[in-house]
Ligand binder design. Sequence first.
Ligand code: NAP
Length: 313
Amino acid sequence: MAQATARLLLGGPLAQAVLATVTAEAAEYREAYGHAPALAVVVCGHEAPSMVYLRQILRGCEKVGLEGRLVEIEGDDPEGGLINALRGLGEDPEVAGIIVQMPLPDTVRLRPVVEAIDPAKDIDGIHPLNAGLVRLGYDGFVPATAHATLEILKGHGIEIAGREAVVVGRSTVVGMPVAFLLVRENATVTVCHSKTRDLRRHLRNAEIVVVAAGHPGLVTGDMLRRGVVVVDVGINAVDGRLVGDVDFASAEHVASAITPVPGGVGPLTNALLLAHLMRAARRQAAAREAGAAPLADIGAMAPTIPSLTRGGS
Ligand code: NAP
């Protein structure tokens, strides 16, 4: 087999740098306000595979001097219980950020739950207000995975502007926000999904490929253009180990740079979520001191792409 050509785009070192900043900011915050900002992790139903990830986040909070609170919803009205808990957390001044375990149980509707999250504490960007702010080019909370996908490219000095990018996946938490962030960085972006007729044809033109489909081995080296930069967001358990959506063994011989799974987007996602928590905490504290609503500064945010807000900024 030919020698691998790809540089590894590791998430760990970038995550460490983010966490060092968060640790310093958390210490300053504790000094100023007498308590650590808390992240509430709200869980409804214990069996979801995301529980492992959520426990990791809670441990991550402790390591950097933040408070991680697990809020478990019990009882025979999970939707009502969840909404009440979210409203209570919205009013708790020590809770700066809220994330909710996904997917929700089948009996719980997503929309009323999402809308019960205080947008100022929605650090994973699932509330429509944050999605809308980001879409309009304002400074709302971006889902942490999408943010990590962009930061792994930028942190490794990968040029984005003017390049052809293909995003495989169009979910609201990964594919679509990644596509939008790439457009914001002046890439030309194609979004592929399960109904795309010829994935291979689109991939062949791509200089940057982001795959977030949840299908192990969906993208193989022979589908890629030589020199492509590949970000594999997928996390899949196969035969007891974690693999991405890209067949790493074949892709690393074609790509100029590629993220490993694990060790790529994952660690940076976790670190950026905590950076979002610190940012939320600072904004809420500043608003409290000014006697203003937590999102009162929205109007002062500069749109990052003027053409997106033309006629309505
Ligand atoms: P999702 O909601 O299931 O969305 C998957 C997307 O992939 C959908 O848009 C789907 O198309 C598309 N897709 C599925 N099969 C395809 C195919 N054969 N060809 C082209 N597109 C296809 O998943 P998600 O939440 O976005 O997550 C995607 C992956 O990222 C998963 O492996 C997840 O575990 C991982 N993930 C990683 C992190 C991290 O921190 N690294 C965080 C979150 C998620 P349709 O829209 O047509 O159905």
